[in-house]
Design a protein around this ligand. Sequence first.
Ligand code: DOR
Ligand code: ZN
Ligand code: ZN
Length: 346
Amino acid sequence: MPKKTLILPGLIDVHVHLREPGGEHKEDFFTGSQSALAGGITTVMAMPNTYPPLVTFDQWSIAQQTADRKSLCDVFLYAGASSEHINELARLQTAVPALKLYMDQTYGPLRVQGLAQLMAVARAWHPDKIIAVHAEGESVAVAIALSAALNRRVHLCHISRKEEIELIAAAKANGLPITCEVTPHHLFLTEADAQRLGSLGDMRPLLAEQRDVDALWEHINTTIDCIASDHAPHTLEEKQSDNPPPGVPGLESSLPLMLTAAAQGRLTYERLIELMYHNPRRIFSLSKQSETWVEVDPLARYTFPDHPLYTKCGWSPFEGMDMQGHIRRVVFKGKEFVRDGIIRHS
Ligand code: DOR
Ligand code: ZN
Ligand code: ZN
C-alpha cells in the first residue's frame, strides 16, 4: 500500500511542442509552461517544428531567449535538422542541448530524406551529443544503423510498435548508444480509441493495435528509457476541420496516467521516477533544480481532468477517464506554483 503522500522530484518531459514562434494561437511558452507545472513537470524540452523552424543559430537563439523570458518552468529548445542548413550545425551544437531530425512525414515544415542527407546530418553533429529522431517503422532501423555505423548517440522518439521496441531491445543488447521514449497515449490507447475519438485521436505515430501496446508494457522496466508526452496542442477548431493536423496535448495527463498505472501495479513508483526524471536528466545532461518537488496523493481517485486545463488548446483525449493519483502541490525553485491543480504564481 503506498503512503498517503508521495514526494517526487520535479519531472522532465523531453518531448513537447510549445508552438512558439508562429503557432501562438495553439500554445505559447507561458501557457505551455503553466500546463507543464500543473502536470508536475518542471523541465520541458521543446521541439523546433515551429514557423519558422529553428534550423539556424539565430532562429534558435531568438526563440530560446523568448522561452527564457516567458516560461514559468525550465524550457530548453531543440534545434531542427535541415539539409539546407547543415553548415549551421557546428555553431548550433555549441549551445543547443540536442538536435531533432524528422525522418517521416508529420506536422510542420521539417523533414530530411535520403541516405546522403541523413548521413550529412549525422556526421555534422557531435557523436556524443544527442540526435532525437522522429522515425517510424523501417526508419527506426535506418536510425539504428546510423548510430551503429557512425558510433553516435541517437534517441528514438515516441516508439509505438512491437517490432520497433523489439529491434531497439536487440540493438541495445549489442551495446549501441541508443535510447528511446514512449508516450502515455501509446501506452493507454489503441486504434479502437482512435475510432471513438475521431480526429481527436489522430497523431503521429498513429495509435496502434493491442499487441503493440502490450509489447510496450512488456518493455517498461527494460528497453524504455523515458516517458515523454509529445504534447502537441492544436485548437479544437483545427482538429474538427476538414484537414485536421495530427497531435494531442499531454502535459497535464502524463503524470496522472503513469500514477494510475503505478496504482494498478503495472510499474513501481520508483520506476516511474526513473522514466520521468533520472533517465531524461542523465540522457540530456540536465542540471538539478534546487528546492523543486511534486507532492502526490497516490490513493485519490477522480475523473480526469480534476482541474481546468491550462494548455491553450483546452481539450484532452483522456477527458472522462478514471484515474488514481492526484497532484497536490508543485514547488519549483522554492516557490509553490500549483496547489490542487490551480496555478498560484504567474
Ligand atoms: O502527432 C504529432 N504531432 N506528431 C508529431 O510528430 C508532430 C506533432 C505536432 O507538432 O503537432
Ligand atoms: Zn514526432
Ligand atoms: Zn513531437
